[in-house]
Design a protein around this ligand. Structure first.
Ligand SMILES: C[S@@+](CC[C@H](N)C(=O)[O-])C[C@H]1O[C@@H](n2cnc3c(N)ncnc32)[C@H](O)[C@@H]1O
Length: 369
């Protein structure tokens, strides 16, 4: 029997604007719920975003006045975080560079060779008129020898521009057979929507277990790990970030890597090389899931007064198993299930009796260590 949770209203939570690419597990839609819950944490000033992805949560936290540490193992996330949380040059400075890059003539290079499709070909991530521009722009960015922060602003602009003209379903593990209408548009670099930096922020690109060794205590840690998959028939259907977004790594590094497979992925994006422990769907010899063990260890070791944990109903860990971990130590303040498509958030009080049969729910747990 499903028990009705109490509904929480998020309509009056003003979330600052954020920017990001299409990203599996992006918390764009969840931001009002996240900050509605965090508003209840008293006197919080410092915020750690451990699996930052698009960095949208960090962008919102920074604008809401938190001194923010933004971490993700992926290089594209570090580039976005550097752009939004560390760059201080005025827009005019970057606009001149973007205008110069936009004015370059396209040229045939490595990206066109591997990722550019002609109008009658499909199943490529970009149309050739845009990879020609990408080849010219990416070579020129290296030639300009900008410092790391300025390079991050320009690369963020380039990735946002590529994301607006791509031919994907939101990742680069496969491409659409028929060109997406947006892929006909022209690649055009625009100024990233940065905001004034009122606090000193920090950017890390580390495995989460190294990051928590390096971090000082924070008032709040927001943890949004990959969910793996609970689809027993097709566990490989889970999101694998390194393989889904290999192309952004290549655009950032411009290292012309060895590629494999139909989607032309980087060799180093194979599961055997880069899969995250949180994406692991198998069980350890003791019978418990690796992903769940990793989560339990993370909650134990993270140095924060409060933790807001995000998870999904399609993930490897169940609602009940998460409650089990969160009840063994600390104090669970909120256990919430969000159906953001219906704009509903329900607080579930500490019982295990909640039916988790609903599809596509987002879970949020506010936990005090
Ligand atoms: C669910 S997504 C986070 C989405 C993010 N909150 C957003 O709104 O865009 C999970 C992220 O965890 C990162 N990740 C996976 N394993 C990691 C690890 N061991 N340490 C740090 N980051 C990791 C992935 O690169 C991915 O960006």
């Amino acid at each position: 029997m499903r028990k009705q949770g109490s509904l929480i209203n998020t309509s009056h939570v003003a979330v600052p604007p954020t920017q990001g690419i299409k990203y599996a597990g992006s918390k764009l839609q969840l931001l009002p719920y996240i900050f509605r819950i965090l508003a209840q944490v008293p006197d919080a000033k410092t915020f750690f975003d451990g699996f930052a992805g698009t960095t949208r949560v960090s962008q919102a936290a920074a604008q809401l006045g938190f001194a923010t540490t933004c971490n993700d193992s992926a290089v594209w996330s570090k580039v976005f975080a550097t752009c939004y949380l560390l760059s201080e040059q005025p827009d005019a400075y970057y606009q001149e560079i973007l205008d110069h890059l936009n004015s370059l003539r396209g040229r045939h290079g490595w990206f066109t060779e591997h990722y550019g499709g002609k109008p009658l070909e499909g199943k490529k991530p970009f149309q050739i008129h845009n990879t020609l521009k990408l080849d010219a722009i990416r070579e020129e960015i290296d030639r300009l020898h900008l410092n790391d922060i300025d390079t991050a602003v320009i690369l963020t602009s380039l990735i946002l521009a590529l994301d607006r003209v791509d031919n994907s379903l939101g990742h680069f593990a496969s491409y659409l057979a028929q060109w997406a209408p947006r892929s006909y548009n022209s690649l055009d670099l625009a100024m990233p929507q940065r905001f004034p930096l009122r606090k000193r922020h920090r950017v890390l690109q580390l495995d989460i277990f190294e990051a928590i060794q390096q971090m000082e205590g924070h008032d709040i840690a927001y943890l949004d790990p990959p969910y793996g998959s609970n689809n027993e028939k097709m566990p490989p259907s889970r999101v694998r970030y390194a393989s889904y977004y290999h192309l952004w790594k290549t655009v950032i590094l411009n290292d012309k890597p060895a590629l494999f497979g139909k989607a032309q992925r980087r060799e180093d994006s194979r599961d055997t090389v880069t899969a995250s422990i949180f994406e692991e769907f198998r069980k350890a010899p003791d019978g418990s899931f690796y992903a769940l063990k990793a989560l339990a260890r993370l909650l134990k070791e993270v140095k924060a007064h409060y933790v807001l944990l995000s998870y999904s109903s399609g993930g490897r860990a169940t609602w009940e198993s998460l409650l089990d971990i969160l009840h063994t130590q600390g104090k669970l303040h909120h256990a919430v299930q969000v159906d953001y498509k219906k704009n509903v958030m329900a607080t579930m009080r500490w019982t295990h009796a909640w039916a988790s049969d609903q599809k596509n729910l987002e879970y949020l747990f506010l936990w005090e260590k």
